[in-house]
Design a protein around this ligand. Structure first.
Ligand code: PLP
Length: 415
């Protein structure tokens, strides 16, 4: 296991910006040298397409991409064929909403939670509207969690889809995924369960067999990988019954002109899963870089990462509470152990946008706004929050600089 101290040395951005205090890892994680090297290495030494060429360079590129698929499958406890490459969580959810459309009947309902990122809200809101179904939103308890009793009041025999996040990108709440899936399937064995794992992957252990969810999506860039690659996991038995999302090159075995040849029911023969869902040239460099990101995480160890994130989150919670007392409102679970590595808050007298700007001038990067979670902010009845989020390279000194910067911001606004 790699020493988690001194981790900043693995991230070239800190050589270019030695004064950077990066507290926006929930938006995107910084990239370690090994990932950057894998991306540039692909362009320098391979630079060929996948799944088509019969010459060695193209075969090697295909092998690297498929190697990443195998690593990804091991990373989440899936079979290789159950891993589909997309461009991100957003595309994974839109893909699902498209191919699952026929499963949603008029007067069914689709259930989501009040803590959704828009990427796991809007595709279901639109699908429900288009199919004449009802969108049900599970409200949150005061501590930012989802009460099982309230879940039971929303999920029922007419629920075709239940989509929820493993970890909230605003509250940090870690949902009991396996328990939610179990309860939803008890209430309706035919339900499809969909997990948004964008804020979970690389932070908390994922095991799709243990969770028993039907689908799960996450983005490479939030777990040290390049932008442009996302993952969609689906249970083999379900994926095999679904139509393709997009059609075109790379996803088809044979194509016949219409009308089909005698004795044939359709004009084209699609590939098996997962390639049936991967039309066109993928972001090959990003996928290969994503493989290096999984190796990077493996080199540190998932539990060491989690331990570090709990430690730094606890430190941040303690310092924020002791420094600003009643002037700060912190959202989400009380204890660091019950959260992902992020803290959202409001500070009295300073709008989150002003705070982010003042801190930004000091090279302290935080996020301010709704964080693509307008329904949650509506439920909390606040226009915006400030969010700080952590990763393996976050040190206590970063949190100390944040606290000093927040004190300065209050002075600027005469508080
Ligand atoms: N879901 C959650 C919980 C997120 O935090 C994010 C990104 O912030 C997304 C989905 C969307 O991810 P992407 O923009 O990579 O598609």
């Amino acid at each position: 296991m790699k020493n988690i101290q001194g981790m900043k040395n693995d991230f070239p951005i800190f050589r270019h910006h030695p004064d950077l205090t990066y507290l926006d890892s929930a938006a995107t994680a910084l990239k370690p040298e090994t990932v950057i090297d894998a991306v540039s290495g692909y362009y320098e030494t391979l630079s060929t397409n996948v799944g088509r060429g019969l010459y060695p360079l193209a075969e090697e590129t295909t092998a690297r991409m498929e190697g990443t698929r195998e690593k990804t499958a091991r990373f989440i406890g899936a079979d290789t064929e159950e891993v589909i490459f997309t461009h991100g969580t957003t595309e994974s959810m839109n893909l699902l909403a498209s191919v699952l459309a026929d499963r949603v009947k008029r007067d069914d309902n689709i259930v989501v939670t009040a803590m959704e990122h828009h990427s796991n809200f809007l595709p279901w809101e639109r699908l429900a509207r288009e199919r004449g179904a009802e969108l049900r939103v599970i409200p949150l308890s005061a501590d930012g969690s989802i009460d099982m009793e309230i879940l039971r009041n929303h999920v029922g025999s007419e629920t075709s889809i239940f989509a929820f996040p493993a970890v909230s990108n605003v509250l940090g709440t870690i949902n009991p995924v396996a328990a939610f899936v179990r309860e939803a399937k008890r209430l309706n064995p035919g339900i499809l369960t969909i997990v948004d794992a964008a804020q979970a992957a690389g932070h908390v252990a994922i095991d799709v067999r243990e969770w028993d969810c039907d689908f799960l999506a996450f983005s490479g860039h939030k777990m040290f990988g390049p932008t442009g690659v996302g993952i969609l996991y689906g249970k083999r038995g379900i994926l095999e019954t679904l139509p393709p999302y997009q059609v075109g090159g790379g996803m088809v075995l044979d194509v016949y002109p219409n009308p089909p040849a005698a004795g044939r029911a359709c004009a084209s023969i699609y590939k098996d899963i997962p390639h049936r869902f991967e039309a066109g040239t993928p972001d090959i460099a990003a996928i290969i870089g994503f493989g290096a990101a999984i190796d990077f995480i493996g080199g540190i160890g998932g539990s060491a990462i989690r331990e570090h994130e709990i430690g730094i989150t606890r430190y941040a919670l303690d310092r924020l509470r002791s420094s600003f007392g009643a002037d700060i409102t912190i959202y989400g679970p009380e204890k660091a152990e019950d959260r992902g590595g992020l803290v959202s808050f409001t500070l009295s007298g300073v709008h989150p946008h002003d705070l982010a700007q003042v801190l930004g001038e000091k090279n302290i990067a935080i996020r301010a706004g709704e964080h693509c979670a307008a329904p949650l902010h509506r439920a909390l009845d606040i226009p915006a929050t400030a969010r700080v989020s952590f990763s393996v390279y976050t040190e206590e000194g970063d949190v100390d600089r944040l606290i000093d910067g927040m004190r300065d911001a209050r002075k600027i606004f005469n508080i």
